[in-house]
Design a protein around this ligand. Structure first.
Ligand code: ADP
Length: 220
C-alpha cells in the first residue's frame, strides 16, 4: 500500500462534473489521482491535480497498474457512457474500495449503480433541478434539503422578525423554524442567539421543515 493512498481520492472521468470534484478536493488539500481516457482532458488537467493519468477505466489491468485498488475513496464521474460507467463502478466495488461514489445521469442508471454495490449514487442534474425549483418558488437565496423533509435556507428576514430579539419573535412557535445564523452586511455569519436582533439588510440561515422554510421565505 503506497503512503498517502488512504487519504487520497481517485476520480475517474474528468468531464465537467469529475473535474469540479477533483479540483475542489485539491483546493482543500486532498491528493487526487485523476483518470480519463481522453488525451486532451488529461493534458489540460495535468498541472492542477496531484496526478493525472490517461487510461481506460473499464480495464482491470489498467486500474491495477495505477494502484487504484489501494484507495479507500473513489469517484466515478463518467456520465454519458453508461457502459463505461457500469464497468468501472463494478471493478471498483470488486476491489473492495470502501467508499465508491458514482454519478448517474438517470434514475435507472442510478439504480444499476446501487445494485452493483456503489455506496453513494449522485444524480447532479436531478438534485440541482430540484434545488433550483425551491429557489424559484420560495424566493430564498439558497436551499439545502436533508432527508425526511428537513431543510436549511439562506434568506432575507421578513419584516415580522426584524428589530426584536430572536428570543421574542416567536419564530419557533409561529413557523416551526429555528434561525441558526445571521450575517450583517459586509460581515461574516455568526451563530444566532435568543438575544440576536436581526436587521432588515441582514441575511439569515433558517432550519426546519421543507414546507415551513419555503413558506417563511415567501413572507415579506
Ligand atoms: P460531464 O457531463 O460531467 O462532462 P461526461 O460523461 O461528458 O461528463 O464526461 C465523462 C468523462 O469520462 C470524459 O472526459 C470521458 O473521456 C471520460 N471517460 C469515458 N469513458 C471512459 C473510460 N472508459 N475510461 C476513462 N475515462 C472515460
Amino acid at each position: 500500500r503506497r503512503a498517502g493512498h488512504r487519504d487520497a481520492v481517485v476520480v475517474i472521468g474528468l468531464g465537467r462534473f469529475g473535474r469540479a470534484v477533483a479540483e475542489a478536493l485539491v483546493e482543500t488539500d486532498t491528493e487526487v489521482l485523476g483518470i480519463d481516457a481522453g488525451p486532451d482532458v488529461v493534458q489540460a488537467l495535468s498541472g492542477s491535480l496531484t496526478h493525472t493519468v490517461r487510461a481506460d477505466s473499464t480495464k482491470e489491468d489498467a486500474l491495477r497498474q495505477l494502484g487504484v485498488q489501494d484507495f479507500d475513496r473513489a469517484v466515478v464521474a463518467i456520465g454519458s457512457n453508461l457502459e463505461a460507467s457500469i464497468l468501472t463502478a463494478s471493478l471498483l466495488v470488486s476491489f473492495g474500495i470502501k467508499h465508491v461514489w458514482a454519478k448517474a445521469t438517470s434514475e435507472e442508471h442510478g439504480r444499476i449503480l446501487s445494485q452493483l454495490g456503489v455506496h453513494h449514487v449522485v444524480l447532479p442534474e436531478r438534485d440541482m433541478g430540484q434545488r433550483v425549483a425551491h429557489l424559484v418558488r420560495g424566493r430564498m437565496l439558497d436551499y439545502i434539503e436533508w432527508e425526511e423533509g428537513f431543510a436549511m435556507i439562506r434568506t432575507n428576514p421578513p419584516a415580522g422578525i426584524v428589530g426584536i430579539p430572536l428570543g421574542e419573535s416567536d419564530i419557533r412557535s409561529r413557523y416551526g423554524l429555528t434561525v441558526v445564523a445571521v450575517r450583517r452586511p459586509g460581515e461574516g455569519f455568526t451563530y444566532a442567539t435568543p438575544a440576536t436582533v436581526v436587521g432588515p439588510a441582514d441575511t439569515i440561515i433558517v432550519a426546519g421543515g421543507t414546507r415551513e422554510t419555503e413558506r417563511f421565505s415567501e413572507l415579506r
